[in-house]
Design a protein around this ligand. Sequence first.
Ligand code: NAD
Length: 310
Amino acid sequence: MKILMTGGAGYLGSILTPTLLAQSHEVTVLDNFYFHPNSLLDCCQYEKFQVVRGDCREESVVKPLLARADLIIPLAALVGVPLCNTDAIATRTTNQDAVEMLCRMAGKQQRIIIPVTNSGYGIGEKGKFCTEETPLRPISTYGVTKVKAEEAVLARENSISFRLATVFGMSPRMRIDLLVNDFVYRAVHDRAVLVFEGHFKRNYIHVRDVARVFMHGMANFDKMKGRAYNVGLDDANLSKLELCAVIKKYLPKFVFVEAPIGEDPDKRDYIVSNARLAGTGFKPEWSLDRGIQELIKGFTILRNSIYSNI
Ligand SMILES: NC(=O)c1ccc[n+]([C@@H]2O[C@H](COP(=O)([O-])OP(=O)(O)OC[C@H]3O[C@@H](n4cnc5c(N)ncnc54)[C@H](O)[C@@H]3O)[C@@H](O)[C@H]2O)c1
């Protein structure tokens, strides 16, 4: 397939792009390289890889790229509540308006697969699994714009939305602001974490399983189109304190303490059912344990220490 991926240099895109190229798809990445990453350098060897430095909000940039695409994967976004809170206008124009523009400009036959966040489920009902039928009630600008983007995509034909759990795992464009990655990073380098809202439950999915779910959506498109799917690990609907306990299995000196030091701006406390996706034949390959062991190796290599002698 000929694929146009916006934001392909990011955390998810820099795993998904080489995965698609290795399967002989033609991939054009449009990214403004906001984080100055070198994440796609290894993709340049592929003849079927094209890269455009530009803004996904610019119609004149997107239009000619869109004309050639069978499938569009809009990843470009300001991701996460703290970043979105620094610039509400950039958040809305990138996360929502640019996706709505893609939907207006794409032909009916062109396919779209978009990832959104399941943080829109907000505070779940105790002990009750959120399904795709559970109302989305996002609170933050990040959550609201992602829900609006999903609405625009699912209002057209030939689209799939994946509602991702909190993603974890190593990627060439690494993010240590994601919960599991953050806790493992601190466990490796600080040996301690102060946890707020420790009993709030979240769910998780490995970045390579996210790449796999996109491939699964492409392979089963006709069967899956027109719907949203929760994407997470069934056996990892865990509270933050339970997550810390899993990390401690691999780093026994890790200490975690609960403290009233903050609150989640999206009030995420929910358990999620992934049954709809499982019903299409998808099975994740990366458990939380396997991902944590991968992250420990990764953070042995990476550390943020530009102003320190060690
Ligand atoms: N990582 C997660 O846990 C998670 C969970 C749910 C959904 N998602 C969604 O997946 C997508 C990718 O997330 P990620 O974790 O890879 O984030 P990321 O921040 O690593 O990547 C986003 C990419 O978009 C690019 N970008 C930003 N603004 C742009 C613009 N105006 N024009 C062109 N490119 C632009 C950035 O340069 C970056 O490469 C996002 O849509 C996000 O909402 C991620």
